[in-house]
Design a protein around this ligand. Structure first.
Ligand SMILES: NC(=O)c1ccc[n+]([C@@H]2O[C@H](COP(=O)([O-])OP(=O)(O)OC[C@H]3O[C@@H](n4cnc5c(N)ncnc54)[C@H](O)[C@@H]3O)[C@@H](O)[C@H]2O)c1
Length: 292
C-alpha cells in the first residue's frame, strides 16, 4: 500500500461508512493507490480496525467517528481532513441503507412509519446534501476536487418493497446530475455509482429466503456475485485523473443487472424456483408481504 506513483498519490480522501463492506474496500483500495484516507464511520471498533489494516499494509489512514445523519459530525469530518492533512481532494459519500440496516430489505408501504421514511432520507440523501454543502467550499478554494456517492440499482428502477430506499437513491442520482452542472465550473467532479447485489454482510442478511449468493449466477448477465472490490475499483477510476472528463453520471456496477429488460424477471423466476424447494422459507416470505 501507499506505493509511490499510485493513481491517487498524495491525495486526501474521506470515505463514509468505511468500517466494513463497500466502504472498507474503497478506503483500502484508495490507500493502496497512495491516498491518505480518513475512515469516517459510526462504529469506532469497525473504523479503527480498517485503519489498522491500512497501516499494517503500509498505507496512511486515520479514524474519524462520524454519523452521517448528524450535521455537526459532517462538519467535523470535513474539518478533520483540513486540520490533519491541510486539504480534501476526494469525498466518497458511501454510508447508506435504512433503519433496518445497510440493505433495507422489503417493507410493505403501509407498514412503513414516517420515522423510518425520515431516517432513510437522513441516511441516504440528506447526508449527501450535507457532505456537498461542507466539502464543496473547501474544494473550490483549493481549485478542485472529486465527490463520489454510493447510490444503488434500486435508485435507477423501481422494485416492490423498497419504496423509501428507492426514492432516496433516485433523489441522490438527480442531485448528482444537477449539482455537477454547477460545480464543474469550480473543477469539482461529482458522480455516483449504483451497485447491484454486492456481497457484504448487509446483503447476505437480506437475500430472499431459501437463497444464497449463488442466485446471482442465474439472475445477472455476468454470472457471479458482485464484490465490494468491484465498487472500489469503479470509484478509483472515477476519482483518479483517468476519470477527469466524467461528471454528473450514475454508473451501474452490477454485472449487467440494470440492463436487463424486463427488469427483475429472471430474478423473480429464480426466487420462485428456490422457494419451491423450501416451502417453509417461502411461507415466511409470503407472510411478510401479504396481509391475512
Ligand atoms: N451491498 C449491496 O448489495 C448494495 C447495493 C446497492 C447499494 N448499496 C449501498 O452501498 C453502501 C454501503 O453498503 P454496504 O452493503 O457496504 O453496507 P455494510 O452494512 O456492509 O457497511 C455499512 C457501513 O456503514 C456504517 N454506517 C451505518 N450507518 C452509518 C452512519 N449513519 N454514519 C456513518 N457510518 C454508518 C456501518 O457501521 C458499516 O460499517 C450503502 O449506501 C448502500 O445503500 C449496497
Amino acid at each position: 500500500m501507499g506505493r509511490n506513483n499510485g493513481r491517487l498519490q498524495d491525495k486526501v480522501a474521506i470515505v463514509t461508512g468505511a468500517g466494513k463492506g463497500i466502504g472498507a474496500a474503497c478506503a483500502k483500495r484508495f490507500a493502496e493507490e497512495g491516498a491518505t484516507v480518513l475512515v469516517a464511520e459510526i462504529s469506532a471498533e469497525l473504523g479503527q480496525s480498517v485503519v489498522a489494516e491500512i497501516e499494517a499494509a503500509g498505507g496512511a489512514a486515520r479514524f474519524q467517528q462520524a454519523d452521517v445523519t448528524i450535521e455537526r459530525d459532517i462538519i467535523a469530518m470535513i474539518g478533520a481532513a483540513i486540520t490533519h492533512y491541510g486539504k480534501l481532494d476526494i469525498l466518497w459519500n458511501n454510508a447508506g441503507g435504512s433503519a433496518k440496516g445497510s440493505d433495507p430489505g422489503p417493507t410493505e408501504l403501509e407498514r412503513l412509519t414516517a420515522e423510518e421514511w425520515d431516517f432513510t432520507h437522513a441516511l441516504n440523501l440528506r447526508s449527501v446534501f450535507l457532505g456537498l454543502k461542507y466539502a464543496v467550499p473547501v474544494m473550490r478554494k483549493a481549485g478542485g476536487g472529486v465527490v463520489l456517492c454510493t447510490s444503488s440499482d434500486a435508485g435507477l428502477k423501481g422494485s416492490s418493497g423498497l419504496y423509501h430506499y428507492n426514492a432516496m437513491k433516485a433523489g441522490l442520482n438527480r442531485l448528482v446530475q444537477s449539482y455537477a452542472q454547477t460545480i464543474g465550473r469550480d473543477n469539482i467532479r461529482l458522480n455516483a455509482i449504483a451497485p447491484g447485489f454486492t456481497m457484504t454482510d448487509a446483503m447476505r442478511g437480506n437475500l430472499p429466503p431459501g437463497t444464497d449468493e449463488t442466485i446471482m449466477t442465474i439472475t445477472q448477465p455476468l454470472p457471479r456475485a458482485g464484490l465490494p472490490l468491484d465498487i472500489a475499483n469503479a470509484g478509483l477510476f472515477l476519482a483518479s485523473d483517468e476519470g477527469s472528463f466524467i461528471t454528473g453520471i450514475t454508473l451501474p456496477v452490477d454485472g449487467g443487472w440494470w440492463a436487463q429488460v424486463p427488469q427483475g424477471e429472471r430474478f423473480t423466476l429464480a426466487v420462485a424456483e428456490a422457494m419451491a424447494k423450501n416451502p417453509q422459507a417461502a411461507e415466511a416470505s409470503r407472510s411478510s408481504f401479504v396481509k391475512d
